[in-house]
Write a protein that binds this ligand. Structure first.
Ligand code: ADE
Length: 225
C-alpha cells in the first residue's frame, strides 16, 4: 500500500513512522509513506499558501492552487482508490472504516489548517472526508497519523500474529476482555483462575463473557450497532 500525505507541516509527520510497528511495516516494504510539503507547490513569489476568506470573517483559508497542483501531479503518476481530507466535519473514523481502507492500494491524505481549505478542492478532488472525533485539532496532521496507524496495522504481514488484529476492541462491536501476564499473584492480587486452567474452550467462553460485560457497562451503544 502507498499513502501520500499532503501537509503544510511535514516534520510533524516524521516521528509516527519512525518507530515500532509502523516503522517495521515501512522497512518490510509492506507500506510506503510519502510526505508532500504544500508550500513547495505554491506559485506565489512569497510561497504563500493561505489567504483571507471571501465575504470576510476571521481566519485564513488554504489556497486552491498549491493543493490542486500537488494532487494533479500525484494523480498523473498513479490511480488513487481514495483522496481523503482530514476535517472535524468529516465522517467519523471507526474500526470498520479502517478495515475498509486497509484493503486499498493507493490513498492520498490531505491535512487542513486554519479555517480549512477552499471548498472547490473538496468539491472537485476529495472522495472521502474523515474526522477522528468530535473535537477540533490545530490541523489534520495528527489525525492523518491516527488514520495511518489504524489502517497499516491491519495489512497482512504488519502484525506478526495476524489474529491479534482481529481480536482488537471494536472488531466485532465488542470491547476487548481484560488481559493478564506473569506473575499470577502480585500483592495478593490474583489472576482469574480460569486463565491458568489450560482449558482453551472455557477460556474463550470466559473472554467472550467478559467482553460483553465490559461493553454493556462502558459502551452500550456498540451493542445496538
Ligand atoms: N482537523 C482538525 N480537527 C480534526 C479532527 N477532529 N479530525 C480530523 N481532522 C481534523
Amino acid at each position: 500500500m502507498r499513502i501520500d500525505i499532503i501537509t503544510l507541516h511535514p516534520k510533524l509527520l516524521k516521528s509516527p513512522f519512525e518507530h515500532s510497528i509502523l516503522h517495521r511495516a515501512i522497512n518490510k516494504k509492506i507500506v510506503e509513506i510519502k510526505i508532500h510539503d504544500i508550500r513547495s507547490y505554491s506559485k506565489d513569489k512569497h510561497k504563500k499558501v493561505d489567504d483571507y476568506q471571501f465575504g470576510g470573517g476571521a481566519g485564513m483559508v488554504m489556497c486552491i492552487q498549491p493543493i490542486a497542483d500537488c494532487i494533479d501531479k500525484l494523480k498523473s503518476e498513479r490511480n488513487y482508490d481514495a483522496i481523503i481530507y482530514l476535517t472535524p466535519d468529516g465522517k467519523q473514523l471507526k474500526q470498520s472504516v479502517a478495515n475498509h481502507y486497509s484493503t486499498f492500494k493507493n490513498i492520498i491524505l490531505l491535512c487542513g489548517h486554519y479555517k480549512g481549505i477552499d471548498q472547490r478542492i473538496r468539491d472537485n478532488y476529495i472522495t472521502d472526508e474523515l474526522s477522528i472525533g468530535d473535537y477540533v485539532l490545530t490541523g489534520g496532521e495528527l489525525a492523518a497519523a491516527v488514520v495511518c496507524d489504524s489502517i497499516i496495522r491491519l495489512i497482512p504481514g504488519v502484525i506478526s500474529d495476524e489474529t491479534s488484529a482481529l481480536t482488537d476492541s471494536f472488531q466485532d462491536n465488542l470491547l476487548a476482555p481484560p488481559v493478564y501476564t506473569r506473575p499470577a499473584t502480585y500483592k495478593n492480587w490474583k489472576v482469574p483462575e480460569i486463565l491458568l486452567s489450560g482449558n482453551f474452550k472455557k477460556i474463550e467462553e470466559w473472554r467472550n463473557k467478559e467482553a460483553i460485560k465490559r461493553t454493556k457497562k462502558r459502551r452500550p451503544d456498540l451493542l445496538d450497532e
